[in-house]
Design a protein around this ligand. Structure first.
Ligand SMILES: NC(=O)c1ccc[n+]([C@@H]2O[C@H](COP(=O)([O-])OP(=O)(O)OC[C@H]3O[C@@H](n4cnc5c(N)ncnc54)[C@H](OP(=O)(O)O)[C@@H]3O)[C@@H](O)[C@H]2O)c1
Length: 330
């Protein structure tokens, strides 16, 4: 009988993971119980989030040294103890990285055997594809004439984002890290233009390729790419924070507000300019007067006396020494 080998995490990677951080061992012997399936693993999905799990920082939980590496896989059922699954069918499930597994039937999802290759169901038609679709169709509002910028553009998420953008009529600019990737994006996928962030001046290229600003930035990287894209946002732009390739290999998060916190909280971040909301003034006044009258809101003023006190009062305000609305009474 051939060995059933398994890959485990041997030690927490420092920086970019190395083969030495993993080990190949014999998997424990498998026994097939009620409502379980025996499967031969045909494809294993490798995804950036696994790096976060290896650091113990991913929202789906950690992978510790000694643990098997687990991710989404495509398996072929060889034996079934569940009447809804038959040998020869293909499933996707989260399983250890090993040749053969036994899993609970309840954790397996049948996949379409007609899709060739089957691996598409853990790629462009799987989680990464869904990520792109959800971001573009539910969170952003792509449309004709809009400029869409996407980073890590040649990966399964980024390439799907760009192509959905083209289908929706956007002008699509992709950021990628090699000429080969950039050429593929333009010649095969129909991206309008690309930026090789490793060889080009990013900000100059963004100004040239997005002359009216970026309407949608789909961020897979964070760091300086995010900063540069933010510097070129068009009015009412939409930013979808999806991934943090720039951070995953670091021991400590980069300083400053982390997009990771926004992602984890599924938060919506909106820019506010009060002048855009003048139409609310009457409604606001009526409501706030009532709240004030009923004692539901209170106010505090920090009142300085006389015109000549204004510079000092302003200095106090900017030094954080005011307490309440800074006012000068003449
Ligand atoms: N929010 C979610 O639910 C969700 C779901 C799925 C994926 N994601 C995120 O989406 C992003 C893309 O995922 P994917 O599966 O499509 O991966 P991917 O693009 O195939 O692989 C990562 C790519 O990121 C690029 N990259 C940019 N800066 C990098 C850096 N500092 N270090 C290493 N690589 C860098 C590399 O391409 P270049 O040559 O172009 O640099 C690399 O090929 C990831 O950030 C992932 O975590 C998020």
């Amino acid at each position: 009988m051939t060995q059933n080998l398994r890959i485990i995490c041997k030690q927490r990677p420092q920086g970019i993971p190395k083969p030495e951080d993993f080990d190949l061992i014999n998997a424990p012997e498998l026994t097939l119980g009620q409502a379980q399936l025996r499967c031969k693993i045909r494809y294993i999905s490798l995804d950036p989030y696994l790096r976060g799990k290896l650091s113990g920082r991913h929202l789906s939980g950690p992978i510790h040294p000694g643990d098997p590496m687990i991710s989404e896989t495509v398996g072929e059922i060889t034996e079934s103890q569940d009447p809804t699954f038959q040998p020869g069918q293909y499933i996707r499930a989260f399983t250890p990285w090993q040749h053969e597994v036994v899993i609970n039937a309840a954790d397996a999802i049948l996949i379409d055997p007609a899709i060739d290759p089957l691996s598409l169901q853990i790629g462009a038609l799987g989680m990464p594809g869904l990520t792109a679709y959800a971001g573009m169709i539910r969170l952003a509002h792509p449309g004709p004439g809009k400029t869409l910028l996407v980073s890590a553009a040649s990966g399964p998420v980024g390439s799907s984002v760009g192509q959905i953008g083209k289908i929706q009529g956007c002008h699509v600019v992709g950021i990628a890290g090699s000429e080969e990737k950039c050429n593929w994006l333009k010649s095969s996928l129909g991206f309008d233009s690309t930026i090789n962030y490793k060889t080009q001046d990013l900000r100059e290229a963004l100004a040239r390729q997005c002359p009216n600003g970026i309407d949608i930035y789909f961020d897979n990287v964070g760091g300086d790419l995010l900063t540069a894209a933010m510097e070129h946002l068009a009015l009412n732009a939409e930013v979808v924070l999806c991934g943090l390739m720039e951070q995953y290999n670091k021991d400590q998060p980069s300083p400053g507000p982390s997009p990771g916190l926004v992602i984890k909280a599924r938060a919506t971040v909106r820019g506010l300019v009060v002048y855009d909301h003048e139409d609310l003034r009457e409604q606001f006044l009526a409501q706030a007067k009532l709240w004030l009258k009923n004692g539901q809101i209170q106010f505090k003023e920090d009142v300085s006396q006389g015109l000549e006190s204004a510079p000092q009062a302003f200095a106090r305000l900017m030094a954080g020494q005011n307490f309440g609305k800074a006012i000068v009474k003449l």
